[in-house]
Design a protein around this ligand. Structure first.
Ligand SMILES: *Cc1c(COP(=O)(O)O)cnc(C)c1O
Length: 455
């Protein structure tokens, strides 16, 4: 007996608390039930086929149902279903995965610690940073600076790092030692009239420097940023921004931490976003595409200087998780990363598909509802506005985004909305035909949204 959609919705409504959800609203409508995935497509419990423009939650690089990843998991499960990496022990898959990741990260960032989620790896990074400065005899260097509208996860530390007040106030966060700086480096929204993109980049970087000076460089441990800001609104750094940030961090002996959870593993066309934007961090955190979401995995990479301090310390690095370096999870990630390489998704095929995707995205600029499109690699953002020339939004803000998201679902395409920004982040294996289908459905949804909003 298979359960009907209604049965499943009732069970879910009775017992299941969902992430980032207004529950009384969900319980009125009932959740959508997704039952199957293949390639870039999902199916719901009513049999509708949906093209997934979001790769799950920015993570399914190889698409759904890839048999090689299924086999990698099955083989690993049969051989060694679990073992830990505590107590001077490793497993073949964990060791080989650390090596493979170290080959892809920028030179010098070759020491890897595993976890099970992006938030967890960010917690690990914070602890390694604090531990490092203690080992260096600078125990006062503890404050971490991030940016307004950043997303760095939702554990206590992840939410403290994030620059999104709606995630913080209800939990009495952020914790002390976490500071946020603005303006958010997003030229379309925060650039002043007459200010060039370059000038804007310098102003954003100057704000970081001012914040370091205000807090006292002797107190500032690290600066963290996503190469392209993701969940806060898909915002691309203005030209020259990261180079300036890199200089400022060096000048004040502040560690530069790149949160690569979305941008890693081919999303921007390179292995990592910092490579696409030409800067070298001291620390990187990664998750999502690292395993195409088939298994929960994250990793932190630190540079030699940090690693030397930790490796040569007398104290035990008393940190780690039961599932750090889980053999099944690592086996899947290994095959995933190998396949990203073998399929040329970082390389010739990736370049060709990204160029095609970006061309199609830019073609939406002429749509009456679209104020701006922007993107890199297989990331795209679409800004919905009432008036293209003044950038005026529909009121209340966020309504246009929700209307558009609903039309997308009804028309068989998943595009996410944050405020009035729509996101696209399809699997890296998407074909040109599938990109055509994706953008046909996106345009249709924009047309229907525009009609509804203009009525
Ligand atoms: C998703 C995300 C995280 C959190 O990852 P989880 O696996 O959900 O804990 C952290 N940083 C960035 C940039 C993300 O996009």
């Amino acid at each position: 007996m298979t359960a009907t959609t209604k049965d499943l919705q009732n069970i879910d409504n009775a017992h299941h608390l969902h992430p980032f959800t207004v529950h009384h609203e969900l319980r009125e409508t009932g959740p959508r039930v997704i039952t199957r995935g293949e390639g870039v497509y999902l199916w719901d419990s009513e049999g509708n086929r949906i093209i997934d423009g979001m790769a799950g939650l920015w993570c399914v690089q190889l698409g759904y149902g890839e048999q090689e990843l299924v086999d990698a998991a099955a083989d690993a499960l049969k051989t060694l279903s679990y073992y830990n990496t505590f107590f001077q022990t490793t497993t073949p898959h964990a060791a080989r995965l650390a090596q493979l990741i170290a080959e892809k990260t920028p030179d010098g960032l070759d020491q890897i610690m595993f976890g099970s989620s992006g938030s967890e790896s960010n917690d690990t990074a914070i602890k390694l940073i604090w531990y490092y400065w203690n080992l260096k005899g600078k125990p006062e260097k503890k404050t971490i600076i991030s940016r307004e509208r950043a997303y760095h996860g939702s554990t206590v530390a992840g939410a403290s790092l994030s620059g999104l007040p709606f995630m913080q106030g209800i939990f009495d966060l952020p914790l002390p030692r976490f500071h946020h700086v603005g303006p958010t480096p997003h030229y379309y929204e925060y650039g002043n009239p007459g200010e060039t993109e370059k000038e804007f980049a310098l102003r954003c970087a100057k704000a970081v420097e001012d914040k370091i000076l205000e807090l006292g460089p002797e107190n500032v441990a690290a600066f963290v940023g996503e190469p392209v800001m993701g969940a806060g609104g898909l915002m691309l750094p203005p030209e020259g921004y990261w180079q300036e940030i890199e200089k400022i961090c060096k000048k004040y002996d502040v560690l530069l931490w790149s949160d690569e959870v979305i941008c890693g593993f081919g999303r921007t066309g390179e292995w990592f976003g910092c490579q696409a934007y030409g800067y070298t961090p001291d620390i990187m955190t990664m998750a999502k595409g690292i395993s195409s979401g088939y298994q929960p995995l994250s990793a932190v990479a630190i540079n030699r200087e940090m690693a030397d301090a930790i490796v040569n310390a007398d104290s035990e690095m008393a940190h780690g998780y039961t599932y750090s370096g889980h053999p099944v999870v690592c086996a899947v990630a290994l095959r995933n990363i190998e396949m990203i390489e073998e399929l040329g998704l970082v390389g010739a095929r990736g370049e060709e598909i990204s160029a095609y995707f970006q061309k199609k995205l830019a073609a939406l600029d002429d749509h009456p509802l679209v104020g701006q499109t922007r993107g890199i690699g297989l990331l795209g953002g679409i800004e919905l506005v009432k008036d293209k020339s003044t950038k005026e939004r529909y009121q209340p803000e966020g309504e246009a985004g929700l209307i558009c998201r609903r039309h997308c679902f009804e028309n068989g395409v998943i595009m996410r909305a944050v405020g009035d920004t729509m996101f696209l982040c399809p699997p890296l294996v998407i074909s040109k035909d599938e990109i055509d289908e994706l953008f046909d459905l996106v345009r249709k949804s924009l047309d229907l949204s525009h009609k509804e909003l203009s009525a």
